[in-house]
Design a protein around this ligand. Structure first.
Ligand code: SF4
Length: 751
């Protein structure tokens, strides 16, 4: 971009964020916020000049608009594509359904169309080939791996819907024009490698109106293959049998290619300026690109990236670079194999005796894996972690690995039979999956790189009501991987969150070192809220009499919470770091609180959304929560007037990843407490605090019952990381800090 064009764009952004700027005309209730304008200018500078910028923007800054306007300016002026990644679905929906449509009004006034789309992982889309194949084969069978009657009914209903929805909407491609055995996850075509759009001879960016593009959203009343829009409620396990995935996609050779739901959804992306994705999809795309040397990808090419909710990025990267072996995975593979063995084609060559023997082998392998998982899970000590680190090698019976290799060899012999191209693809895919599983089990058995660059553990889990206990592994650090494969490939990136910094001295150091961003630029913006006036932070004087790790601390907590509820008229979140502690306290004070007229809600008694909506409806409830209520919860107004933090949110030290990383740092001469536990706790505490003040008119109190914040030397760093509220040690002060209830409370309480 020329210097003059760059300056014009900078001016446009600067003017748009003024008190009477252009944004006022397109955003209902727009208010000038100097922090937002400052962030937008810094984001623009990074996007236009290149580089990487970290921005911490306090609650209320309006950071999404502060990066969206510069992103759309970049797209409109240079044709570059911008990928925006978030952690939560809520934020994605806000960007796609509210913020971008508002900004589009601004661009329409300039005569420029901006295209955007929410990109979902391919697992959201039904694979027509898999579904039709299953439908033809599986419904005929009745055994351990076949469907139940209710499942059969659902599948038939789905079949009718698909038959009325699926139409050939894509140009047929000549399968032979693509290299043999190349199955592209994403067939980008219209973009340059840097992610910019091809230009027409007049040099204009391709910015055709959104409704001229093929759309993944059905405007015809037909279902578009997206599970989120499916009205038939399938159990998650059943959906995963039909959902699209890279390993079973035939790509150019698929007989359903012209009507493929996934391809149809992806076909519009090449023409989008802004792609909104989640961190998981962003990392899956990255991993696939790295593993295939850039030949396969899930997203179109891009060189400009904005990561919001960036404090979640590192854990998501770590999780997605790891491995997972569950009995559910093996069961699914076994089911696929037996279905294939019984298919009409293979049944001509494979006798019943052979199939029965294969079934016995597979059932034996499943039992063996489940026995191993059960025995390892006995080491799990706490409900907080549900994980136990694997430290002993050779815990997997060689016979299990050998059985899987034998099945892979058996499946391989099926390729000698006279099969169709699709059947050969299925058989090859099964063979590959067995080999991969056996190799991964070998890796777990040897604990390769344990404690050096990898950590291994067993985890108790469930998915959609089904047990999904698994052997898991992940890298200990992801900084080098990101530096080498992501940051170095980008022209510019902005990472932002309300919680990126810790303390006042070198506040970005923790996030920089975790993400491999040592030389990134920094911008820390306060909140437009007047915390000194709107909030008080109370560390009660009498809390100093208790050791937070002693049993009488919980008795103190049980005594003080009803007092706090009296002072704030309910309207409290009480945040714990342990289910056990929460259950004990709730059990001992539930009756007391309810007798005082304060309804009690507890995490686990309903979904998070249901509990939150009940909390807002009641207006005087006390809600007890553990992990998921510390962040991402938005209760503006006086229904939430007080947040009680029972204990400082230090990570569970026996979590396998935390344990292994601590050992690694100690061996490197680093202090794990200062390098990890403390910054993590500071960020989480800041998130918890952030639940309180959501608007300029909110008032309230945060009460920290853990005395260590006042008595330990590290308490200073934790306090420095929090918004600048008035500090008190008198519990009574919180009554003056909260707004009176704005409406009568609801006495009708249905937990
Ligand atoms: S192209 Fe791939 S995802 Fe689409 S129907 Fe065929 S196999 Fe399924």
């Amino acid at each position: 971009m020329s210097v003059a064009a760059n300056e014009l764009s900078r001016q446009l952004i600067s003017e748009a964020f003024r008190e009477d700027g252009l944004l006022k005309s397109v955003i209902a209730g727009y208010e000038y916020r100097p922090e937002q304008a400052q962030m937008a200018e810094a984001v623009w500078q990074t996007l236009s000049d290149g580089g990487i910028l970290l921005v911490e923007a306090g609650t209320g800054v309006g950071k999404s608009m502060a990066y969206l306007l510069p992103a759309t300016v970049l797209a409109a002026s240079s044709g570059r594509r911008v990928v925006i990644s978030t952690y939560t679905v809520n934020l994605q929906e806000q960007l796609v359904s509210k913020d971008l449509p508002s900004l589009n009004k601004f661009w329409e006034k300039q005569g420029i169309a901006i295209n955007w789309d929410l990109v979902k992982g391919r697992g959201h889309y039904l694979c027509l080939r898999k579904f039709n194949r299953r439908y033809d084969q599986a419904l005929k069978q009745t055994d351990l791996f076949s469907y139940t009657k209710p499942e059969e009914d659902l599948i038939k209903e789905l079949k009718a819907l698909i038959d009325s929805s699926s139409v050939a909407a894509l140009p047929p491609a000549d399968p032979w024009s693509e290299p043999e055995d190349t199955y592209l996850a994403y067939e980008g075509s219209a973009t340059h490698p840097d992610g910019s759009f091809p230009r027409d001879p007049a040099g204009e960016a391709d910015t055709g109106p959104r409704d001229e593009l093929p759309t993944s959203t059905s405007t015809t009343g037909r279902w578009d293959g997206d599970v989120d829009k499916l009205e038939i409620k399938l159990p998650p396990g059943l959906w995963s049998e039909f959902s699209s995935d890279t390993e079973s996609c035939m790509g150019a050779k698929c007989p359903y290619r012209t009507r493929c739901f996934y391809r149809l959804a992806r076909s519009s992306l090449d023409k989008c300026h802004i792609l909104v994705v989640n961190h998981a999809l962003l990392v899956s795309d990255l991993r696939l690109r790295v593993e295939t040397n850039g030949n396969t990808r899930l997203l179109p090419a891009y060189d400009t990236l904005i990561i919001d909710e960036a404090h979640h990025f590192e854990p998501v990267v770590r999780e997605h670079l790891g491995a997972s072996i569950s009995s559910w995975r093996l069961k699914r593979l076994a089911g696929d194999t037996l279905r294939e063995a019984r298919s009409e084609s293979l049944a001509r060559f494979i006798g019943k005796k052979q199939v029965d023997s294969l079934k016995d082998t597979l059932e034996g392998a499943i039992n063996s894996l489940e026995t191993i998982l059960d025995s390892l899970l006995r080491q799990v000590k706490s409900r907080e972690s549900e994980k136990a680190r694997l430290t002993q090698r050779a815990f997997i019976d060689e016979k299990l690995v050998n059985a899987l290799r034998e099945v892979a060899a058996t499946v391989n012999t099926w390729l000698n039979y006279d099969l169709t191209q699709e059947e050969r693809f299925e058989v090859s895919s099964l063979r590959r999956r067995f080999t991969e599983l056996a190799n991964e089990l070998d890796e777990f058995n040897s604990l390769e790189g344990d404690g050096v660059d990898t950590v291994y553990w067993v985890e108790r889990a469930s998915a959609g009501g089904t047990r999904a206990d698994a052997l898991r592994s992940c890298p200990l650090e992801v900084a080098d991987y990101l530096e080498e494969n992501l940051w170095s490939e980008l022209r510019s990136a902005v990472l932002t969150s309300a919680t990126l910094t810790v303390g006042k001295m070198k506040p970005f150091d923790y996030v920089k070192s975790a993400l491999g961003l040592e030389s990134a630029g920094e911008l820390k913006l306060g909140s437009p809220f007047q915390y000194e006036e709107q909030a008080c932070l109370c560390v009660p004087e009498d809390s100093r009499c208790y050791d937070p790790n002693s049993p009488d601390f919980l008795e103190y907590v049980a005594r003080v919470i009803p007092q706090i509820a009296d002072l704030t008229l309910g309207r409290c979140f009480v945040l714990f770091t342990s289910y056990k502690a929460m259950d004990r306290v709730v059990q001992s004070i539930k009756d007391t609180l309810e007798a005082k007229g304060f309804p009690v809600l507890k995490q686990g008694d309903g979904s998070r959304e249901a509990l939150l909506s009940e909390f807002k409806r009641l207006g005087n409830a006390v809600l007890f929560g553990v992990d998921s209520f510390w962040e991402g919860v938005d209760v503006p107004g006086d229904a939430l007037s007080c947040v009680v933090v029972v204990k400082l949110p230090f990570s569970v030290p026996d979590d396998p990843v935390v344990q292994a990383r601590s050992e690694l740092w100690e061996s490197q001469g680093r202090n794990p407490f200062r390098s990890y536990f403390l910054p993590k706790a500071a960020l989480k505490l800041k998130q918890g605090f952030g639940r309180l003040i959501r608007t300029k008119t909110d008032r309230g109190a945060v009460v920290i019952l853990d005395p260590r914040i006042a008595t330990r030397d590290y308490g200073k760093l934790l306090l420095e990381s929090l918004p600048p509220a008035r500090i008190t040690t008198e519990l009574e002060d919180i009554a003056r800090a909260v707004n009176p209830p704005s409406r009568p409370v609801t006495s009708d309480h249905r937990p």
